[in-house]
Design a protein around this ligand. Structure first.
Ligand SMILES: [Fe+2]
Length: 252
């Protein structure tokens, strides 16, 4: 199971137990948190065996089916204690609970739920190889070449101390792509960066398939798994907010 230590009840069982244990108040007087499971477990956008032989079905069953599920259930359990965060979009919840580097108890599970959703969508069957069009052009502009970017991404993954994540992000202010690494659950959303690609460097992500051979895992991700299609659509959305060329309408 995941590193979260909350009672691993499923969201639906948790809902039933909370309902059956709650006093029989008229419906209008019950707290919203006793009748709502806040966030659900999203499925990856492919079957659990679709990334084989590069990421096994066994890994997905454990990583998504146990660890990711555990983060969702623990988050719902955290949120059940108070109505304070009811209805927050996940990215806002993460930024708010990061609390300027003084994280609230809800932060870890909220960030890990978002990070994992983003990670599954950062891969695709038949992925890897080279990005195309705008993403490639921007990588070449900001890193000098795709090879330089690739080396930088792999180096970041292999020099990350402990558990964490490696990201290709678009920096809003600098208007450029950058490779960053974050520890534990931290997501670049907390600094208002726009994530384009992520790689999970927690041991649970690679140990079943690659044991301690992190270099092999990272190279396989770059060669066969990373979804440049996802990167392209994320960049297209990001460019609506970050002007990577010159604005057509000059700022007054
Ligand atoms: Fe993970």
């Amino acid at each position: 199971m995941g590193s979260c230590i909350c009672n691993p009840l499923s969201a639906s069982r948790h809902l039933l137990l909370t309902e059956s244990n709650s006093p029989k108040l008229p419906h209008s007087k019950r707290r919203a948190s006793t009748v709502v499971a806040y966030y659900g477990l999203k499925t990856p956008p492919y079957k659990l065996d679709a990334l084989e032989p590069y990421m096994s079905k066994r890994t997905l069953e454990m990583h998504w089916g146990e660890h990711h599920r555990d983060y969702v259930e623990c988050l719902n359990k955290d949120l059940d204690k108070s109505d304070l965060f009811y209805g927050y979009p996940m990215d806002e919840l993460i930024k708010f609970t990061y609390n300027n580097g003084n994280p609230l108890p809800e932060f870890k599970n909220a960030a890990q739920v978002w990070n994992h959703d983003f990670f599954w969508e950062s891969m695709q069957p038949g992925g890897g190889d080279m990005p195309k069009f705008g993403v490639l052009e921007q990588i070449e502009k900001d890193f000098g070449s795709f090879t330089n970017f690739r080396e930088k991404f792999i180096e970041a993954a292999l020099t990350l101390f402990g558990s964490g994540w490696v990201w290709l992000v678009l920096k809003r202010e600098e208007r450029r792509l950058e490779v960053i690494k974050t520890s534990n659950a931290i997501s670049p959303l907390v600094w208002d960066d726009i994530p384009i690609i992520s790689l999970d460097m927690w041991e649970h992500a690679y140990y079943l398939d690659y044991k301690n051979d992190k270099a092999k895992y990272v190279n396989v991700f770059m060669n066969h798994l990373v979804s440049w299609n996802a990167a392209m659509s994320r960049m297209a959305r990001a460019e609506a907010f970050v002007n990577l060329g010159e604005p057509k309408i000059p700022v007054a």
